[in-house]
Design a protein around this ligand. Structure first.
Ligand code: 26Q
Length: 801
């Protein structure tokens, strides 16, 4: 570890703190402590330091009467927190040495922590990176989410097929949350709307309570800490419905508990086939209703002029999942606080903003009015009034938050937000020209771009200590929260001695990964092979099947010409498919079947191997990204809103093979076109291509390699016991091929052979890799959050006050 430790705590003090917690919190003697005991004791010692910053930040915020940012998200994919806390407090050396003095191995202790997998993928991880940057920047903020008992399912493979098992992070102890029984709110569902004395009153039929659990989120150097507040469902006060009970309706009497038990039970996997589920809408209102009551309570405790609300409260909706915040805030301001409807609507809009993360039509949320009105009768009336008000203000409009007997959450969010943002430049442009084109015409200043970013503390400093050490040795240590300073590496890239150190860090990371794979997954590879990595959710638009088709075609080429000068390559995949997304699950199985055949082929396996690592999560990403040579970002242009893995790879010196999609476009602009392997159709060409009725057949006819690869799959080369197993895939790719896998194959194959050639010249490859690191500073989430603060939230940093 080359990072200079600036925390004033000494190793001895730290060791004493660990022992104190071991004894008094855990009731254990050092000689009888398990790894989990040590992890908990270490966590408590770290937590003490975090809590001090946390209190100081809360005090400063109250004293300043500052505006707070509220980030509402159904997902926070935070992963492990112990190392993050240690790194941000700059206690790495003390923690390692203190544990060593106690006869414990630091890395083993860190490994014991479960991942908090309270998210599906990009959207949830973005929320976690944003929280860390908000704390680093000292912006007063709360994250509001749900404390799911079960996060995203655990994935394993049986005969190559994905199996799902419940995830149980809460069964293992962890030190990070504080239960807040005093912060508890009632959330109503269903019932009647009536008018009493000119006032509209909603009388819910059922209710559940939301109880808060707070996790402190520490920023870089511990200068500030915000709160992640997660809501857990509890049965409303009267644990038993006495009326029903007295009537002899025992089952009915227990219903409140049944609702409470289910509502925060499990995170929904991102699954478009599963949309419109009642429980999901209940979860969305549960989060939003609890958050807004909490926000209003805090506001009331500090201010008595409701007119100040927009200058004290900024509420960000992470996609449409918390979109009910619009009507809910209007309901509070109008029904409960007595503001005229228009004023309530304007005030709510001044507080609210909305981030869009997808243009895929099948992923846009909408709820049937029957279901919506049954659960939230008053909100349905308010949505109608909001929509009417918007129609009156814009008589020419044809868009609406209400159509086909549905409530359209994207449209509702747009109307209720003062700013709507996309997550990359291309995505934001496409929002303006496609799904939100008419809204954009009506409100030309509302849509803005905020290109995503990632926190460099987790995604470089902590996950890649070798590279971080070299960077600090080269340009000093201030880059961790001024990531643009990585530019200072550029002059060193042409110094062979420096470049050798850069290459040595990458090589050592690859050795670590190779050792880990051989001990945990029985995959044995030579660390000098190119590590080619595609890790993300399985989806047809992300085109993992394009990647595996290329592997098959390459394998066939190698077999035809085994003595040619091939570039040895290991293709690594990881990612989960939604349980109901059968095509994606078939792709997983195909990749596993292909891996089996290729890895067993003694003729080719020194040149090409394939590995699909199970149960992709944040921790696995932290292991893979520092060891990657090549980053696969190969979505159909126009479909990937941004991507954030792409940024993590570039920062850690993997070169990208990618399409002009999402933030790839901006990555390529930053790192330089000569340091990026571009291929494929651009977004503006995609529709014309799709309009050609036999586009896939044409592509296959024009490329014998593609034809041969598809034929091998079709003939059962990878599924000899069941030759027809993948006909669904081959038929799709030869026929409709909506995501243009076949049409992009030839250019992808070409780009990959360029990658092969480039990799042979290691000196030049490492130059390109180092330039990727040096030029990726702009992709820090600190930059993203600074822009949100200025352009959306009008929020100020209090860190240096
Ligand atoms: C919706 C309704 C019911 C159940 C689940 C969902 C659901 C859950 C999660 C819908 C979507 C998601 C997640 C979307 C997501 O992760 N989008 C990604 O967001 C990233 C951050 O902006 C982008 O970088 C990715 O491009 C985008 O795919």
């Amino acid at each position: 570890m080359n990072m200079v430790s600036r925390n004033t705590m000494t190793t001895d003090e730290f060791r004493a703190a660990i022992l104190r917690h071991l004894k008094y919190e855990l009731g254990k003697d050092a000689s009888h402590a398990s790894v989990e005991d040590w992890r908990m004791a270490l966590s408590f010692a770290v937590r003490d330091q975090i809590v001090d910053s946390w209190f100081a930040a809360t005090r400063k915020t109250y004293e300043a009467g500052a505006k707070r940012v509220y980030y509402l998200s159904m997902e926070f994919l935070i992963g492990r927190l112990l190392e993050d806390g240690i790194v941000n407090l700059r206690l790495v050396d003390q923690a390692r040495d203190a544990l060593a003095a106690l006869g414990q191995d630091f890395d083993t202790v860190l490994e014991d922590e479960p991942d908090a997998a309270l998210g599906n993928g990009g959207l949830g991880r973005l929320a976690a990176c944003f929280l860390e940057s908000l704390s680093t920047l000292g912006c007063p903020a709360y994250g509001y989410g749900i404390r799911y008992e079960h996060g995203l399912f655990r994935q394993s493979f049986v005969d190559g097929r994905q199996m799902e098992a419940p995830e149980t992070w809460l069964l293992k102890r962890h030190a990070w949350e504080f239960e807040r029984p005093e912060s508890r709110y009632r959330i109503g569902f269903g019932g009647e709307v009536s008018t009493k004395g000119g006032k509209v009153v909603w009388t819910p039929a059922d209710s559940v309570d939301a109880e808060a659990y707070d996790t402190p989120v520490i920023g870089w150097q511990g200068r500030w800490a915000n709160t992640l507040r997660l809501w857990s469902a509890r049965a409303s006060d009267t644990p038993f419905d006495l009326d029903s009970f007295n009537r002899g309706d025992f089952a009915g009497a227990a219903e409140p508990e049944a609702l409470a038990r289910t509502i925060s039970r499990v995170l929904y996997p991102d699954d478009t086939t599963d949309q419109g589920k009642e429980l999901r809408l209940k979860q969305e209102y549960f989060l939003t209703g609890a958050a807004l009551q909490d926000i209003m309570r805090r506001f009331d405790s500090e201010h008595d002029d409701l007119g100040k609300l927009p200058s004290k409260v900024a509420i960000q909706m992470n996609d449409t999942h918390p979109a009910i915040a619009g009507p809910e805030l209007v309901r509070i301001l109008h029904d409960e606080r007595g503001l005229p409807f228009d004023e309530a609507m304007n005030m709510a809009q001044a507080c609210l903003s909305y981030t869009n993360h997808t243009l895929l039509p099948e992923a846009l949320e909408s709820w049937h009015e029957g279901l919506f009105g049954k659960l939230l009768p008053r909100h349905l009336q308010i949505v109608d009034r909001i929509d009417d008000a918007h129609a009156k203000a814009h008589p020419s409009r044809t868009v609406s938050a209400r159509s086909d007997n549905h409530v359209k959450m994207g449209e509702l969010s747009f109307i209720m937000a003062h700013k709507v943002n996309g997550v990359s430049a291309l995505h934001t442009d496409l929002m303006k020209t496609t799904v939100f084109s008419e809204f954009h015409r009506l409100h030309p200043d509302r849509i803005i771009n905020q290109t995503n970013g990632v926190t460099p503390r987790r995604w470089l400093l902590s996950c890649n200590p070798r590279l971080s050490g070299l960077i600090t040795d080269t340009i000093g240590e201030t880059w961790a929260d001024h990531l643009e300073e990585l530019k200072g590496l550029e002059p060193h890239v042409s110094d062979p001695a420096w470049l050798e150190k850069y290459a040595a860090a990458k090589r050592a990371n690859k050795v670590d990964l190779a050792n880990w794979m051989s001990s945990t997954a029985d995959i044995n590879v030579d660390p000098d092979m190119m590590f080619d990595v595609q890790i993300k959710r399985l989806h047809e638009y992300k085109r993992q099947h394009l990647n595996i088709l290329e592997a098959i075609a390459l394998w066939q080429e190698i077999k035809a010409n085994p003595s040619a000068d091939w570039t040895p390559r290991l293709k690594i995949f990881a990612g989960k498919a939604a349980p109901g997304y059968f095509f994606a699950k078939d792709i997983i199985r195909l990749i596993n079947d292909v891996a089996k055949v290729l890895n067993a082929d003694v003729e080719t396996r020194d040149m090409l191997q394939v590995a699909f690592l199970p149960n992709y999560n944040v921790t696995l990403a932290e292991r893979l990204i520092p060891a990657a040579d090549l980053s696969e970002q190969i979505s159909t242009a126009g479909k990937e809103a941004s991507g954030t893995g792409n940024m993590k790879f570039a920062l850690n010196g993997a070169l990208t093979v990618g399409t002009l999609d999402g933030a790839n476009v901006e990555i390529r602009e930053h790192v330089g076109a000569e340091n990026f392997f571009l291929f494929g159709m651009t977004a503006d060409k995609v529709e014309a291509r799709r309009a050609i009725k036999d586009h896939a057949a044409q592509a296959i006819a024009a490329d014998p390699r593609l034809a041969a690869a598809l034929k091998a799959i079709h003939d059962g080369v990878f599924s000899p016991d069941e030759p027809a197993r993948y006909h669904n895939i081959t038929e799709n790719l030869s026929g409709p091929d909506y995501f243009l896998v076949s049409s992009d194959f030839t250019d992808y194959y070409r780009a990959q052979r360029e990658v092969d050639t480039a990799f042979k010249d290691q000196q030049h490859w490492m130059t390109m890799a180092a330039l990727n690191t040096a030029r990726s500073g702009w992709f820090s989430s600190d930059r993203t959050i600074t822009d949100y603060m200025a352009q959306i939230w009008d929020a100020k940093s209090l860190r240096d006050s």
